[in-house]
Structures are given as C-alpha cells and as structure tokens.
Design a protein around this ligand. Sequence first.
Ligand code: ARG
Length: 578
Amino acid sequence: MSGLLDLLSAKLGAAFAAEGLDVGLGQVRVSDRPDLAQFQCNGAMAAAKAAKENPRAVAGRVKDRIETDPVFAKVELAGPGFINLTLTDEFLEASLNEVADDERLGVAPRDPSSTVLIDFGGPNVAKPLHVGHLRSTIIGDALQRLFRFMGDEVTSDVHLGDWGLQMGQVLYGLEHPDVGGVPVTGIPSLEELEQIYPAVSAASKADEKVLEGCRAITAALQEHAEPHYGLWRKVRAVSVEAIKQGFDALGAQFDEWKGEADAAPFIPAMIDKLKKDAVAQESEGALVVHVKRNDDKSEIPPLILLKSDGAAMYATTDLGTIVDRVRSHDPDLILYVVDQRQHLHFEQVFRAARKGGLSGKAEMEHIGFGTMNGPDGKPFKTREGGVMRLEELIRMATDAASKRLEEAGLAAEYPEAERAGIARQVGLAAVKFADLSNYRMTDYIFDLDRFAAFEGKTGPYLQYAAVRIKSILKRAQEQNRDVKGPVKIGADEERALVLALSGLNEVLQGAYDKRAPHILCDYVYGIAQAFSGFYSACPVVREEESAVRASRLALCRLTLRQLELVLGLLGIEIPERM
Ligand code: ARG
C-alpha cells in the first residue's frame, strides 16, 4: 500500500513521462493555498527550464492528460505554471477507508529493511548527566522507535564514557582522599563519585603531579592492573545502576550497555592494521590518520590515534567501537545521536574508519542537535548553577504538570495514585514533545510552564486530544450508540480531517529519511487541530443518522489510532483518562 501523495505523484509523473519529461517532475505535495486546492505539483517550472519552454504550456499539457482521471474533482493551472489538484470526496473516502482497514495504518515498511545501530545517551560514568545526554536520549529513543516501526533491525547502544583519563581521575580521587575530598569506605555512592570527579579534575589542572598520577592510573587501568581495575568495576557498576534507573524513568530502553572500555580489546590489532596499511602515520611522536580532503571547505585536522605518551584518545575508542560493531552486527547504518558540537570529531572518525577499511558496509551518520538553554541563553543549569539531575528534571516536570492539571480541573476526583501517575506522564510528555518538536539542530529555551500547557503545540495538548477521543468512544459504547461503518464526507470539517489523516505514510517516510522527529510532531499537532475543528462542528454520539454517526465514529477511531501510533514513536504515553 502506498500513501496518497505517492499515488498522486505517480499519476502526475506518468503524465510528465508521457510528455517525454522526467517522471520525478510529477512530485505532488500538500497545497500551500488550501483555499484554492488540496494538492499541488510544481514540476512544470523545472521542466520548462530544462526544455526552454513556457512553464504554463507544459503545465497545460500535463493538465490535459490527467484531467480525465476520475480521482480529480478539479485540475487547475495557477501562477507561472502550478498545477492545482482537488480530489473527489469518493476517492478521498476510499483511500482513507483503506488506511483504516490496514493494521499498519497504510504505512509501508522499508524495502529492503536495514540493520541499524543507534548510538545515543552517551552518559559518562561517575559524572552527572547533562542536558546533552538528555537530548541525545530523547531524540535517539524516538529514532529507534521510528526505525523499528519502519521495519529495520535496530540495536541501540548507550555507549558509556567509562574509559580514559576521566576514569583515571575518579580512581585517583578514591585512592587519594585528600585530593578527591571524600573519604570513601567500601563501595562509593554515586553522590560521592560525582563530588570526586570535579575535585580531581580541578586539582589536575592546578597541580602537574596530580595530573601525572591520574595518567599513571589511567595507563595501569588500561592494563587491567589491580587495585585500579577492581575499583573501576565497582565504580562503573554503581554508575550504571543509577543511569539505568534514570533512563528507565524517562522511558528509554537500550539493547546494549556497552561503553568505551569494550572497545579497548580491539584497539591494538586495529592500530597494527592501520600502521601496516600506511593509513596511520607518525607525526611529532604521535600516531595520526590524515583525513583532510582537497575539497574541504574548512580545516579538518588529522585524527590522533595515540598521543606521544602512547595514550589512546576519544577518537581511538570510537574507531575500536566501530570494529566491534561491524564484527558483532555488521550494520548497514550507524547513527550517532550526539551534540552538534562534536561534529568535527565524528567527521574525523568516519573518514578514518572508511580510509582504514574498518566500517564494513556501514554508512555512518552524525545526528547532531543543538543545546537546550536556560532563560539566560546558556546551556541549561539548575538555579544553583549545577547540572540538572534527571530525577530532578522529572520531578520538576511532574510538578509543573500537576499544577496545570489542577488549573484545568482535570483528574481532580481520581484516586491520588492515579493522579500522580497522570501528572508524571503529562510532565514527561511536556519535556519530550518540547524537545522533539524543534528541528533537532536548533537550540531552544527550557520553559516548563509553556511546555506543560494544555493549549498550543505541546505534549499535554496532544495527550488531552487523545484522551478526549477515548472518552467519546467510551460514551458511544455506554449509550449503545456505537456503530461501525465507512467514512463518508459530509461537512467541510470532515473533509479537512480526512485530508489531515491521509498524510501518515509520507510523514513517517519523511521523518525516517531526514532522521527528524519534529516532522512527526508537526503531523500529530495537525491532526489534533483538524480533529478539534471537526468535533466542534459535527456531533458524534448525539448524531441521529446512523450512517453519519458510524462515519464520525470511524474518524474518531482513526484519529486516535494515529495519535497513539505517532505519540508512541515519540516516546509519549497517553493516560487512560484525564
Ligand atoms: N560520552 C560522550 C560525552 O559525554 C558522548 C558519547 C557519544 N558517542 C560516541 N560514540 N562518541 O560527550
């Protein structure tokens, strides 16, 4: 099954082809002027340019060819050569009823499907999560859900920062309580660890001797020398436990809990190979891979594999991780959902991996994102100036949601536990939707009051829209007024809703191609608004005419299914009632 736009594009494409022009010119999209037409095709302009012809003449010939097709109620030329299209209600109804009858709602799985590895989350052991990890987790989770739904074989990996100097510093602090600042007996707690890292990090900047000590421990750790290695395992376990809890609370699941340390065993052989193939070269005592190309617009420095003291770098572990992933999954695609500020790092890693033949058949893509800022326009911090803990963020969001629910008079008479659960779902929806609804590269300002509002383009508004439909359907059932039947368009608001609900397939394909969850957010907001217009104009349960009531109930059901599907892909849960 293909979507409405694909079908129309195929029809227009055939008409262009019959004129000896490129099929691709037939691309149809939703009209910019819904007052004039439902859809439009702009291909005649490009065609005319290529053929050095008048675009209106080309558009006219295409129009003549498609006009007789019974799916079109109206085909009109406008402006310099736009082809405006309006469909017959019969055709719109038939195509939407087909969507309603399909368990995948008319969304075709990718063919062929791909094996995809998604690297997201990326928290660091013994260091607090920051907003970059939060965004990575929210965006990465939405992408893994979308890619799975589209039929790909997806493995998600949290890729912990659990190796290298940062770990040496934490161990140094534990082994030297005078520098770490926290005397620890037994297994350190996460709070203790999170105090130690900044203390030692500051001390290593101030005191060369401390830095030397940290480096020595890092090197010993990499050799699995005790007591460092045993201590490291404890530290890692404590951190992972806490991180897992936080990500669980957020609703993000990972298939693999690997980290930088897991890449270590692959590094020596990889370096040998890169040396043997002359991909890696000595440079000022370091071992580097030159990755710049002649067509680079900006300077791409060499990737440093080993520093002059022999220490492996962040890029080295990322290359080792690629070796591990190719060996264990042989993916077609690896996505790295990481802050855009690491773009150069990934460009270097991808180039080196390709140059060294490490990446198998995998395409590698950096899925960058902007920052979540505070009201001061700087990366979001707590009022005390620290990084926001995940539990703290979820608590704040839940509180904001509680307040909004109360203001709106929602869930007021429900049992306390249920109300708390709803507030939590609404709070999470507020945070996630706000994050996902911006194009991922743009920065945005964290503003819980706005995110948690029940009006406007917010998560809570959409949850409420879905819950309202659930209650309409329940009422129909309770009053024995539930009837089944196909969608038939009567009112303009019904047609507008049918049109809105017809775009799902293309929207999901588009969000997949662009790795852009905001496209899903725009879509659900559009259908919720169209539903709201429909519901204020058209009685549903009260409608006396049985066939009309059946059609309207079918529209309610289909809107709800689409909201459930797409919000689910965004990682947003819908409460049973509100
Ligand atoms: N731990 C890193 C950080 O906090 C993010 C890891 C991203 N993934 C990767 N494969 N490098 O910045």
